[in-house]
Design a protein around this ligand. Structure first.
Ligand code: SAH
Ligand code: SF4
Ligand code: F3S
Length: 444
């Protein structure tokens, strides 16, 4: 199969990115090689996301562009998978408007990709194979990492939380956890392979093992990984505030490899809205968790968040509570989203949907508060020496290197490419709103 190429497009979260890494690994095992040119590919795979409406729109836009390639090359296989495919109405649209798509599969059977491809090559017939639920946790799958020195590791799949705005529980199924021994074996293998930083992935890592009745909880897992030689940084995503335990907070003060950063999605600063979102924590609970995190780390922890503006029924007062929470917490960064109606979720049926103009106006006010806080935090980095994991050359200026601090800040600095993949001390010379600038130095 020499000279056969695949091209993957990935939308959505890190879980999707990691699924794409696994599918790339499977395709390489089949003998395909990666290409960055669509026109050269024998297989084009689109891994979709359905979290907001614009994600759906982008997918159909991309699909439309592929029609010409498919016409020019009848051997081209176009495969689509990911969260969008777990929804009946999407599959109906593809069948009706994009009948030339060869393979449609879902989030629960990415490991069957080689079999699906072979079937299409042999039968030349469209295959739709979307599983409604998971059929166990599949181990031993390959993965083609983007970076040799950092890796994603799945710890849980699916979600049981049913936040009223969110599609994920419907597209990823019920929560299940990988066994601790499988996770630890994978991390050890990665460490032997030169990986320094791992990111543990799950929609809610804090509930790791609970639904499966495991003895070890999420924090136990972190302590175990902390002991693995070669691993220098441990990160995780995402931590649901309702399940953050004092035990986990304490780990930030004790596990030296745990990065000085937590992503703690707040969604709203108003308890009334949080209740309607089915989040199971109050504004006060959230602020208390933040206080404890800062206390246990002497303030040396970066806190980032996700927030939704314009959830149905959000009043000006509710929104002002979000603003004041942002002022109080002072986030290092935040993903700010306009509420987007998702078919099949409870909030789709809620009355008092907020007009787009109001959503945008609130969004801009929130971004302003966020930016002021971020600029202040980053300015305070000036003069400090930070350990930076060097990730590569900067996209904007090829002679500049870029990397991340333990607190997840992007740092740009001059240096030779042989530093890529190493953790080096960098003295911060300038702290801007979205990134830091510095120079490599000797001491830490
Ligand atoms: N499991 C993670 C989040 C996964 S989705 C958690 O619970 O934190 C990532 C983010 O997308 C969410 O945190 C939320 O802020 C946002 N999001 C999800 N559904 C949305 C919707 N319908 N409209 C706007 N933003 C949404
Ligand atoms: Fe969606 Fe809520 Fe689950 Fe996160 S915890 S994936 S926001 S339902
Ligand atoms: Fe999108 Fe699915 Fe992730 S909807 S955000 S790709 S879990």
């Amino acid at each position: 199969m020499d000279g056969r190429f695949y091209y993957i497009m990935t939308f959505g979260c890190q879980m999707n990115e990691h699924d794409s890494e696994i599918m790339a690994g499977l395709l390489e095992q089949m003998g395909y090689r990666e290409t960055t040119k669509r026109a050269e590919a024998s297989i084009i795979l689109i891994n979709t996301c359905s979290i907001r409406e614009n994600a759906d729109k982008r997918f159909f836009g991309t699909l439309g562009q592929l029609k010409r390639l498919k016409k020019e090359n009848s051997d081209l296989i176009v495969a689509v998978c990911g969260c969008m495919m777990q929804q009946e109405h999407i599959i109906e649209t593809i069948k009706k408007k994009y009948g030339w798509v060869d393979i449609i599969f879902g989030t629960h059977n990415i490991h069957t990709l080689p079999e699906l491809i072979n079937r299409v090559i042999n039968d030349r017939q469209r295959i739709i194979d979307v599983w409604e639920e998971h059929r166990g946790v599949f181990e031993g799958l390959p993965s083609k990492r983007l970076y040799p020195f950092k890796a994603f590791v799945n710890i849980t799949f699916g979600c049981n939380n049913f936040c009223t705005y969110c599609i994920v529980p419907y597209t990823r199924g019920r929560e299940r956890s990988r066994k601790p021994e499988d996770i630890l074996a994978e991390v050890k293998r990665l460490a032997e392979d030169g990986v320094k930083e791992i990111t543990l992935l799950g929609q809610n890592v804090n509930s790791y093992g609970i639904a499966d009745g495991f003895e070890k909880d999420f924090t136990d897992l972190i302590y175990e990984i902390n002991k693995i030689d070669g691993i220098e940084r441990i990160r995780f995503m995402t931590s649901h505030p309702k399940d953050i335990s004092d035990k986990l907070i304490k780990a930030f003060g004790e596990c030296e490899k745990l990065a000085a950063h937590i992503h703690l999605p707040v969604q709203s600063g108003s308890t009334r809205v949080l209740t309607r979102m089915n989040r199971h924590y109050t504004r006060e609970d959230y602020l208390e968790a933040v206080r404890k995190l800062k206390e246990v780390t002497d303030g040396n922890i970066a806190i980032t968040t996700d927030v939704i503006v314009g959830f149905p029924g959000e009043t000006e007062e509710d929104f002002e509570e979000t603003l004041s929470l942002f002022e109080q917490v002072k986030y290092d960064s935040a993903f700010t989203f306009l509420y987007s109606i998702r078919k099949g979720t409870p909030a789709e049926k809620f009355e008092d949907q907020i007009p787009e103009t109001v959503k945008h106006e609130r969004f801009n006010r929130l971004r302003n508060v966020l930016d002021v806080g971020m600029a202040e935090i980053n300015k305070a980095y000036e003069g400090r020496i930070e350990k930076v994991l060097v990730e590569g050359r900067s996209a904007r200026n090829k002679s500049t290197l870029t990397g991340r601090t333990s607190s997840m800040k992007i740092v740009n600095f001059e240096g030779k490419p042989d530093l890529i993949g190493r953790i080096v001390p960098v003295k911060i010379t300038e702290g801007k709103t979205y990134s830091l600038f510095g120079e490599v130095c000797d001491e830490v």
